[in-house]
Design a protein around this ligand. Structure first.
Ligand code: FES
Length: 261
């Protein structure tokens, strides 16, 4: 489906002070980790990972730019254009550890629902940034905050190192800030554990044609957004640099400081 299909917003849930989940009146047959392109006529079209698949389809969005500002004005009954799903999605293997940072939990949520008793590490900077806490309680997630106001004080990667002293995992699935994922990948490598990380780059077409989203020889929209350890090992740009809308390669900090949607 490469032409947007107009669908109705069934429900909008406020997840925290800057994040909302939009439930769509449309079933999308997708794998955990796949994304859709959401279209607001007269505004733009942007990629969003599905935060719910199956009976309910949803995207979970942080307000941080012109597009999301317009999206946040929409309510139940309003219309939105949708095309996809695109990308590859996560493999589904048990004995898994999930490492989520911030909004990355939204991308991992459909995967968590398909796994048998995954171990979850979920970290945010501070309490007010938590979301999906009911689900996290259900799965007895290990929570952490940078400032220590809830759960473990420190980064998800620090908590992962602690858990690995007592537990063995077959696979680590991660999504969140790229610097965090890079650290998680390095820990996985050191412990000889397979890792899958969902990466983010500017996208235009969403299906491998425009070349906007390249990272080394990979296109994030088509070859990813989920990449395996063997692919991550080949990515010299992973955790270091990314391309701006113009195609200019810049340090990752600059890319993400300008990144809005
Ligand atoms: S967004 Fe066009 S190739 Fe990936």
């Amino acid at each position: 489906m490469d032409i947007p299909e107009i669908t109705t917003i069934k429900k909008v849930v406020n997840e925290n002070y800057k994040v909302k989940t939009f439930y769509l009146d449309k079933q999308i047959d997708a794998k955990p980790g796949q994304f859709i392109m959401a279209w607001l006529p007269g505004v733009d079209e942007k990629p969003f990972t599905l935060s719910n698949i199956g009976k309910e389809t949803a995207i979970t969005v942080e307000e941080k730019g012109k597009f999301t500002k317009e999206l946040f004005k929409l309510k139940k009954g309003d219309k939105i254009g949708v095309r996809g799903p695109y990308g590859n999605g996560y493999s589904i293997k048990n004995n898994a550890c999930i490492v989520a940072g911030g909004l990355g939990i939204a991308c991992l949520n459909p995967l968590i629902n398909k796994l048998k008793k995954p171990t979850i590490i979920f970290g945010v900077k501070t309490k007010k940034e938590f979301l999906f806490l009911a689900e996290m309680k259900k799965y007895k997630a290990n929570l952490c905050t940078d400032d220590g106001c809830v759960g473990f004080k420190g980064f998800t990667s620090d908590l992962l190192k602690e858990l690995l002293k007592e537990k063995k995992f077959s696979v680590i699935y991660t999504c969140g800030p790229e610097i965090m994922m890079k650290k998680v990948f390095e820990i996985a490598e050191k412990n000889k554990i397979e890792c899958e990380a969902s990466l983010e780059r500017f996208m235009k077409c969403g299906f491998g044609i425009c070349g906007q989203c390249v990272i080394n020889e990979f296109r994030v929209c088509k070859d990813g957004p989920v990449f395996s350890s063997s692919q991550l090992r080949k990515m010299t740009e992973f955790g270091k640099s990314a391309r701006m809308k113009t195609g200019e390669k810049v340090p990752l900090e600059r890319y993400f400081s300008c990144r809005t949607s």
